[in-house]
Design a protein around this ligand. Sequence first.
Ligand SMILES: [Zn+2]
Length: 260
Amino acid sequence: MVALVSAFRPDSCVVAEVRASPNHGERRLGAKPDMIVLHYTGMADTEAALAKLCAAGSEVSTHYVVMEDGYIVQCVPEARRAWHAGAAAWQGEADINSCSIGIEIANPGHSYGYPDFPKRQIAAVTTLCRSIFTRHRIPGWRVLGHSDVAPARKQDPGEKFPWRVLHDAGIGLWVKPAPISPSGTIFTLGQNDAAIAEMQARLGEYGYDIAASGDFDRATRDVVMAFQRHFRPARVDGAADPSTIVTLKALVAARAAQAG
Ligand SMILES: [Zn+2]
């Protein structure tokens, strides 16, 4: 059966093409988006990825797709709830799709060689985010990666995504990562320590879905890796080294300063 999907007017003039996806619903309780979640498509063929996001029955979608050459396609109107985040959580909120706008960035991802993001593609992501900011109030610390809100399942957009470049363009919160040093205590899987509980509390304060148990369990390792992919990409190993912990402290302080 062919589902008819009517085209819609794009939300922004930066959209080059509308390719309407049937996969969307109402935002819960009429929520207004106050978060952007960035993804990579994670498929070898970008056209196939776009086709899947628009296929009836695939149960996935996104508001926007940014192609490698910067061409921007809109699949779901911003007013609607697109199905991009799946099981996810941030700052105690589990219905991430209701509060967010999803942007899929064409990149085959870790399973297919994970190439660098072309500059013109990043320029288009920047332009798109700025355009979204003119319509919705989205704090810098709520511009996130899929891996931030689903650390056990997702790696995208990954450690090659240039968060610093976006930050320099006024998008997202980011602090210069503390240098990696060979000295200092490193906490890893299986350990228990008050310092681990302190780090978990700080990660949870920032928004990650984590309990301050003091146990360095698998869930903690996944969250530390997600943090590193976004904020300390030089080494993504899931181990809590001093550079990771110092960078996290600086990030929480930077948000407190911005939030006033
Ligand atoms: Zn994703």
